[in-house]
Design a protein around this ligand. Structure first.
Ligand code: 5GP
Ligand code: MG
Length: 496
């Protein structure tokens, strides 16, 4: 629910998927695609399909494999589909907020899967409610769906007689009209009767890319790792501000809004994206290794072994080892079968989660001076207990190195860090954090160091959103969103 999103932080770092592939089992391929995007969200999953006549959907709470089985996959008929995996930080995530949204419109079914966060969702929602549109959930994603269901222009003019679908492709017109009104982050996959549409906000805040099967059929996905999984090849990214249509004629491209500046979320490189995915032409694993090298150059330390926090910090730890010459080894084992949904509901449970999740590899740690590399410190819940764990496991010294800068600023564009007070680096300086986590030393990668590591292969051709590290927001953020007590002041009363 939206009040929970803003209490504990926006919910999304979701995964979206879309496929147009006549003659194939698109529901099953979407299932496998979502399976590859599972890391982007574990709270709920869903698929909607169309056979050109009817639309079908199934969604539920939990992991992709918990939601789907033979019985509920096989009724999802058709040759086109969209799918979604949803991230949620709160225990109170509801199935009514699960995606994709599927509704019936005058032009047939409309299904929407959304990754991102609209910063003007409240205003858009108010507009819908004032015009008599009822909503069944409290997500910005349902707002998007309802906006697309009406002819382009209706929301801006408030007069349906002006609201005609002027373009040959009414869905392109509607998506474009939505883009004109929307602010914030959105990567969308949209199901209609005969075509899949993909759209990305003009800043390109969240990733989205296109692929195709060698023998026909097209795919759109948050990350390229899902293409490999289903045997499709990578074509290109959906450009910021672009609308793409996938149908029997291939992939058609339309300008939704001219993109003047690119601001891909830099946290995709730090943590979100899977290491085998490609972003902006670079393999994530390689970039993370480069960040680790840079970290070693900036903050060397005398030590015997380099250990990464599995799994996401492994590439950075390898990079640190390569640059420093200190051998890389495993120092903790991670139990990979602990669902994130189980450990996430509140901070106390997160703490217990650490002990369930990691065990020290005593044989490797005994009397060793350890460099412990993690990819990020956000709330500070992970690293403190891990330092303690390594000491219990026999480590003589634990030097923490973080392959991103301190997270000091909230994110309103789709990442789970929406208030200052939940961010440990907003409360404490680096020495304060070092004491809190009881490390022998602590150092973060510098912001220029991180940007260089990422942009090295890009020749400065790209721009990134670094707001959580720099406070430099690529869009103007409404003042009230910075109000730390806003959930009490606004959402509980208004949306309760
Ligand atoms: P912290 O425990 O400081 O709040 O979060 C940092 C740790 O969690 C790091 O080990 C990092 O790999 C991981 N992490 C960073 N961002 C996120 C996120 O948005 N969701 C989840 N589940 N883990 C995250
Ligand atoms: Mg981690």
């Amino acid at each position: 629910m939206i009040e929970n999103r803003y209490k504990k932080g926006p919910r999304e770092e979701c995964g979206v998927f879309g496929i147009y592939a006549p003659g194939r089992d698109v529901a099953r391929l979407t299932f496998f695609g979502l399976y590859a995007l599972q890391h982007r969200g574990q709270a709920s999953a869903g698929i909607a399909t169309s056979d050109g006549r009817m639309a079908y959907t199934h969604k539920g709470m939990g992991l992709v494999t918990q939601v789907f089985n033979e019985d509920n996959l096989s009724p999802l008929q058709g040759h086109l589909a969209v799918g979604h995996t949803r991230y949620s930080t709160t225990g109170a995530s509801h199935v009514r907020n699960a995606q994709p949204y599927l509704i019936e419109t005058i032009h047939g079914p409309l299904g929407v899967a959304h990754n991102g966060n609209l910063t003007n969702a409240l205003t858009l929602r108010q507009t819908l409610l004032e015009r008599g549109v009822g909503l069944s959930s409290t997500t910005d994603s349902e707002v998007i769906t309802q906006m697309l269901a009406a002819p382009a222009g209706i929301w801006t003019n408030g007069n349906s007689s002006h609201a005609i679908d002027s373009e040959p492709d009414r869905w392109v017109a509607r998506i474009r009209a939505f883009i004109q009104m929307a602010e914030g982050a959105y990567s969308l996959t949209i199901l209609t009767r005969n075509a899949i549409y993909a759209a990305r906000d003009p800043l390109g805040l969240r990733p989205l890319c296109l692929g195709k099967f060698p023998d026909g059929g097209y795919v759109v996905t948050s990350e390229s790792c899902a293409l490999l999984t289903i045997g499709a090849e990578y074509l290109r990214e959906v450009n910021p501000g672009e609308i793409a249509r996938l149908d029997q004629y291939g992939i058609a491209s339309f300008v939704g809004q001219e993109s003047t500046k690119k601001a891909l979320c830099i946290f995709e490189y730090v943590y979100f994206a899977r290491p085998d995915s490609t972003l902006e032409g670079q393999v994530i694993h390689t970039v993370r290794q480069q960040m680790g090298r840079q970290l070693a150059a900036e903050s060397p330390v005398e030590a015997d072994i380099v250990v990464g926090v599995p799994d996401s910090a492994t590439p950075a730890a390898i990079g640190y080892s390569m640059k420093s010459g200190i051998p890389y080894t495993e120092g903790v084992t991670k139990n990979r079968y602990i669902g994130r949904t189980f450990i996430e509901p509140d901070d106390k449970l997160r703490q217990i989660g650490i002990n369930l999740k990691y065990n020290p590899l005593t044989a490797n740690l005994q009397d060793k001076r350890v460099v412990l590399v993690d990819d990020s410190i956000v709330r500070g819940n992970t690293i403190g207990p891990l330092v303690e764990l390594l000491r219990e496991g026999g480590a003589a010294e634990v030097h923490v190195r973080v392959s991103s800068p301190p997270v000091r600023h909230p994110c309103f564009m789709g990442v789970d860090m929406a208030t200052h007070r939940q961010l440990i680096a907003h409360q404490l300086d680096t020495e304060g954090i070092r004491q809190r986590i009881d490390a022998d030393s602590l150092a973060y990668l510098s912001l220029p160091g991180m940007v260089n590591a990422i942009q090295e292969a890009l020749d400065g051709k790209s721009g990134h959103c670094t707001a959580c590290f720099s406070g430099d927001y690529p869009i103007s953020i409404p003042e009230w969103l910075f109000d730390e007590n806003r959930e009490k002041l606004i959402f509980e009363e208004m949306w309760g």
